[in-house]
Design a protein. Sequence first.
Length: 351
Amino acid sequence: MSESLIRVNKADLEDFIIRVFLAAGLEENQASIVAKHLVLANMRGVDSHGVSRLDIYTKRLEIGITSRKTELKAVRETDSSMLIDGESGIGIVLCTEGIRIAVEKAKKTGLAVVGIRNSSHCGMLGAYTMYAAQNDCIAIAAANASSSVAPWGGKEAYFGTNPFSYGVPAGKEKNIVFDMATSVVAKGKIRMALVNNQKIPVGWAITKDGKPTTDPREAMDGLLLPVGGPKGYGLNFFVEVLSGLLSGAAFGPYIRNLYKDLDKPQDMGQFLFVMRADLFVPLEEFKKRMDQMIGEIRQISLAEGFDRIYLPGEIEQEKAEERERNGIPLTPETINELKAVGNRYSVTAMF
């Protein structure tokens, strides 16, 4: 990986990404939704789900396997639920609108669930649970992905990295937003290592022959490992049930690969569950109790080798604050890739 990271201003990066998506045929509101989502991922240090996805997102728009106009088609709806057919639209737009609908319904009924099928890659799940927490709701989000993880004990890919996220509002403390892949690492991080000529740690993935590897190219051709062994496999399995089977989306090996399958839509599934934080106790009491727990966790004596206890998502929050002040660090390789995409659409990067 190049040692010379380039700091890019958040507003400049958002403006560039919006202009590229506009040139690629998106209408202004949806171009803004996708651009802000990608930049938010970089702000929080989730670079694997950030602006590095611009190239493949625009390529799929060009080919026509992702729709330039994403519309939500309600297949089934009740006061507390909605099943959305995304009709091969942009996953980020579908989930952004889906979590808004879920929060709106939960505000009225107490809790709500939204399922999405015929969707595509939806970016960073934490963006959706963050929105719910900002609206005084507790949320769970799950999504499936193309096959790259074997069931525990197997040596053939069946599941995807199948991420899971939750968001919880706090009072004076910052809201809690947790976001994880149920594999040891998101596949996008391995792809970023490949682009930036990095090695990967042992334990992230194995080769197609089942051997440990630090080579991201071998990892891309091989298998990712579930986090926590059989426990991660159990979580991965349930995410597939919620996001794929429950919604009627494709599941397991039937989901098309974002990068390799450029002839058909992905048909991914997403699951969004939201409940009001005052469902059982008054909101202020809940927030006060959250603040109490957060404060007590901070005061716990440290184990050897640790200098701090972080709350779930706190590292990402602090990165976002630092990058707001100092700009988003991008590798020269990523900058060059962004500029190359811009050149395809005659859009000049101001960085």
